[in-house]
Design a protein around this ligand. Structure first.
Ligand code: DAH
Length: 365
């Protein structure tokens, strides 16, 4: 019969051997050090400090030891578990701090960084109006022509049958350049582009000439010393006033909407014969109950521009045979057209460069 196993050596109980406990602790410490985020550390905690971890299992063996051996083994395992728990707590603190720092860095909003958004500029409303008009002409198969704003007196007046003593020269108050003997003016209308076109090209001619013109007018709600016109010129065989009327009616409805036509009133321009003033059908009341209409002031019609059949004297001055060719011409204000289309009662904002005004018209679809 054997007595109590007083020789029992706890070192012989494998999981409780000092080297085994140390190995378990070291494995746990290595795994903790190697956990690079909180998720990995959670798994390490389960593996090395959880209920089924080697150290927890070793701890359970202690109860099976003889009492005299328990103390030492308990201290050994307890210290190892303590070291592991401490390492886990420290690693947790480090990883939590790192995570907080990373979140702060990643979620930082630097309000001083320049934004990708640029303030959109906008084109000048008159440039857009002018291009819209040009597009309508191009749609009719016409070409766009341009001429200089500083113009020869002869082209601005003489070629257009406005000779030096012609009373109609005073119809347009002219800016003259110095010295006067150079006979150079700021063009008073776009009509000299007619002469330039006829002098340089052979018919058939179908051109529109938008541009800036100058007159010594007062600057007020409806006048400006600088404004914009568009000139139309057709020279071909068999051209009549009917073609002129048809072209203007098309233009009027393209700009102001279906059903807006034109009417002619007899007038005088030296460069056309016969000549007419063109009126637009009022696009607000359309001629119905006009008495109450504030736009046309009861007329049913609105003054738009001048027109006529090209005077044969102009054709001759520009080298075109009036026996073969005839033509029509017209001119109207682009600024006025813009004002009508947008209900603007004062033209001055068009020339004063306030971007808040321009940007409101910056996009046209
Ligand atoms: N040039 C004229 C003006 O500025 C407008 C005009 C009238 C142009 C009749 C024309 C035309 O071509 O035929 O007042």
């Amino acid at each position: 019969m054997s007595g109590p196993n007083s020789d029992y050596d706890p070192v012989e109980v494998t999981p409780l051997r000092a080297d085994e406990v140390e190995a378990m602790r070291d494995a746990a410490l290595d795994a903790i050090a190697g956990a690079h985020d909180l998720g990995a550390l959670k798994q390490v905690r389960l593996d090395h400090a959880g209920d089924r971890s080697p150290l927890a299992l070793a701890n359970r063996e202690i109860g099976a030891l003889p009492p005299q051996a328990r103390k030492e083994a308990g201290a050994r395992v307890g210290q190892a578990r303590g070291a592991v728990n401490k390492a886990i707590a420290e690693r947790t603190a480090v990883l939590e701090a790192e995570q907080a720092e990373r979140m702060l860095a990643e979620e930082t909003v630097d309000v001083t960084l320049p934004t990708g958004r640029r303030r959109r500029g906008s084109r000048h409303p008159l440039t857009m109006q002018s291009e819209l008009i040009a597009d309508i002409f191009v749609g009719m198969g016409w070409e766009i022509a341009e001429g200089p704003m500083v113009e020869a007196e002869w082209l601005n007046f003489d070629a257009l049958n406005l000779g030096p003593d012609h009373p109609a020269r005073t119809m347009q108050d002219t800016f003259w350049t110095v010295p006067a003997e150079n006979h150079v003016v700021l063009r008073t209308h776009t009509s000299p582009v007619q002469a330039r076109t006829m002098l340089t090209r052979k018919p058939p001619i179908y051109v529109a000439c938008p541009g800036r013109v100058f007159r010594t007018d007062e600057y007020d709600a409806t006048h400006s010393p600088m404004f914009h016109q568009v000139e139309g010129l057709v020279v071909d065989e068999g051209i009549t006033m009917a073609h002129l009327k048809g072209s203007l009616d098309h233009l009027a409805s393209a700009l102001y909407g279906d059903g807006i036509t034109t009417r002619f009133r007899p007038s005088y321009f030296p460069f056309t014969e016969p000549s007419a003033e063109v009126d637009l059908r009022c696009f607000v009341c359309r001629g119905v109950d006009s008495d109450a209409c504030r736009t046309c002031r009861g007329e049913g019609w609105i003054e738009w521009g001048g027109c006529g059949v090209v005077n044969p004297r102009v054709l001759i001055a520009c080298g075109i045979d009036p026996e073969v060719y005839s033509g029509f011409a017209f001119g109207f204000g682009i600024d006025r057209t813009f004002m009508f289309r947008h209900g603007l009662e004062d033209l001055r904002p068009l020339f004063e460069g306030d971007v808040r005004f321009s940007s409101a018209f910056g996009t046209e679809i």
